[in-house]
Write a protein that binds this ligand. Structure first.
Ligand SMILES: Cc1cc2nc3c(=O)[nH]c(=O)nc-3n(C[C@H](O)[C@H](O)[C@H](O)COP(=O)(O)OP(=O)(O)OC[C@H]3O[C@@H](n4cnc5c(N)ncnc54)[C@H](O)[C@@H]3O)c2cc1C
Length: 469
């Protein structure tokens, strides 16, 4: 609970326009894009303008033992940004500065900068960050680093962690730290993450805001790619499609967004969205690989296109061609999976996880087993997400008017995380449901607890979100 004294001090820090305890405002901040999760009302919301203000806010929270939830775009889907009852939401969207370091091929952005607005800045200089979440218009770079997100572009470049060169973080005692080369105030800017000993930057990536508040992110930027090829490739057997993904990587072919779809799941999506994306109706094979290739130079692209067709052929597949599917995924960041459910008014629980391309079928099998057992509708979609990983984001749908169905989704969701863990899949985000009942992670979780309690002995920084700690 926030007492009057704490509210008074917070008001002095941010100014009366940037603090609210109004019911309607608190209602907004009690929820997020995580529509399958219960909303929880905080006691107040503050909207600081600078890192120094964030630091002062954290000191007040520490003094009065107020739980804090850092919040940026509020677009996370697994309940990560739902605040603690009676806590304080620190919304960071006013930290919106962007600095480009041309010679270093890097940038530094404030915690409130969204991918969408950043892309406008970078586009003017023919630059880009090649990883771009499908929620880019609302999702911030800092929020994506806090969850270690992945999205279109990740098939070639990995998760957002691979782009990070350094972070500015406010620790749970209010101390401001800078990691990476910028820890040296004389450095020309961000140019190397692994400086000054161990990878302190990594501690905060994927920490879900539970170890500190990220106030600025420094990232690599690249020359923008303008040469693309969109293709679809059909296979009768799942092993062929899996091998195709491994082979593309082995040959250094730059697939920016690569997905395997089961025929029945593709049919399910395209019934809903196919017309909108101009995708011709056809009988899809058992397994379709949807592929966006992108290269800086046209000759490189052509070489990739030719070799891709040959690999497909050698594996016994066939080049379908239809480019509208991958083009929609890439250009529109298609939002296929989310949009299909929004379009139909379903709510859902999602279970982000990383599998390997060669074990793609293991996740698919487990998802179907759980959906069938609990009598649920859902999907098995995902995309290749780096050197050897494949990011699944199955949704389990429910009708929000049907409490019985919602409970079945909750049960199925909890069961699926355990089943997937046994297949060797790893959590994309260390949400509580991943560790409940997964005893094999005991020592890992103990270590995280030690880190958390030494940085945050009063456990004020977004308690409960990181594996339930
Ligand atoms: C339609 C749709 C499509 C999506 N597609 C993708 C996708 O392609 N890839 C993907 O990765 N995700 C995707 N998401 C999920 C979501 O956009 C990501 O999780 C995103 O990174 C969240 O960023 P945000 O700024 O909205 O963070 P929030 O939702 O505000 O916060 C997310 C988490 O980070 C913490 N946090 C936020 N800001 C900070 C900070 N400055 N310092 C410390 N901790 C912080 C919060 O406490 C919370 O735990 C999608 C969501 C939607 C609705």
């Amino acid at each position: 609970m926030l007492n009057e004294e704490a509210i008074k001090r917070l008001t002095e820090i941010v100014g009366s326009d940037y603090i609210s305890t109004r019911e309607d405002v608190l209602l907004t901040y009690s929820a997020s894009a995580s529509i399958g999760y219960d909303a929880t009302r905080p006691d107040a919301v503050v909207r600081p303008e600078s890192t120094e203000e964030v630091s002062e806010i954290v000191k007040v929270a520490r003094k009065y033992k107020i739980p804090i939830t850092p919040r940026s775009g509020g677009s996370s889907l697994q309940g990560e940004v739902i605040p603690s009852e009676g806590g304080l939401v620190v919304e960071l969207l006013r930290l919106n500065k962007v600095k480009i370091f041309d010679d270093l091929r890097s940038i530094r952005v404030g915690a409130g900068v969204t991918f969408g607005s950043l892309d406008k800045h970078l586009g003017k200089k023919d630059l880009w960050i090649p990883i771009y979440p499908e929620s880019s218009l609302v999702c911030t770079v800092a929020g994506n680093v806090a969850v270690n997100g992945a999205g279109p572009g990740s098939s070639a470049f990995g998760s957002i962690a691979e782009m990070v060169l350094g972070l500015e973080v406010v620790l749970p005692d209010g101390t401001i730290v800078q990691t990476g080369t910028e820890a040296n105030p004389h450095a020309p800017g961000p140019f190397l993450r692994y400086a000054f000993g161990p990878d302190i930057t990594g501690l905060f990536i994927g920490s879900l805001g539970s170890l500190g508040i990220i106030t600025a992110v420094s990232l690599k930027v690249f020359k923008r790619i303008h040469n693309f090829h969109y293709g679809t490739y059909g296979f009768n057997k799942q092993e062929q499609a899996e091998k195709f993904l491994v082979e593309l990587k082995q040959q250094g072919i730059q697939g920016l967004f690569v997905s395997i779809y089961e025929g029945r799941i593709l049919g399910f999506f395209l019934d809903m969205l196919g017309d909108e994306y101009g995708i011709p109706k056809r009988e899809w094979p058992e397994f379709t690989v949807s592929l966006t290739l992108g290269r800086l130079r046209e000759d490189q692209l052509q070489s990739d296109v030719n070799l891709t067709a040959k690999i497909c052929d050698d594996l016994g597949g066939n080049v379908i061609g239809i480019p509208e599917l991958p083009k929609g995924e890439w250009e529109d960041r298609m939002r296929t999976f989310a949009r299909s459910s929004y379009a139909h008014g379903w709510w859902w629980r999602i279970l982000y996880h990383h599998q390997t391309p060669a074990n793609w079928h293991m996740s698919v099998q487990e998802i179907w087993k759980v959906m069938d057992k609990h009598g649920l509708l859902g999907h098995t979609a995902g995309f290749q997400s780096g050197h050897s990983s494949y990011n699944f984001y199955p949704h389990l749908y429910f009708d929000p008017e049907d409490p019985d169905e919602e409970q079945r989704v909750r049960d199925a969701h909890a069961e699926l995380s355990k089943r997937l863990f046994k297949t060797g899949a790893v959590p994309f985000k260390l949400a509580p449901y991943w560790v409940d009942g997964v005893e094999e992670m005991e020592s890992y979780m103990r270590f995280i607890k030690v880190l958390k309690s030494s940085l945050d002995p009063d456990n004020i920084m977004h308690p409960g979100v990181l594996g339930g700690i």
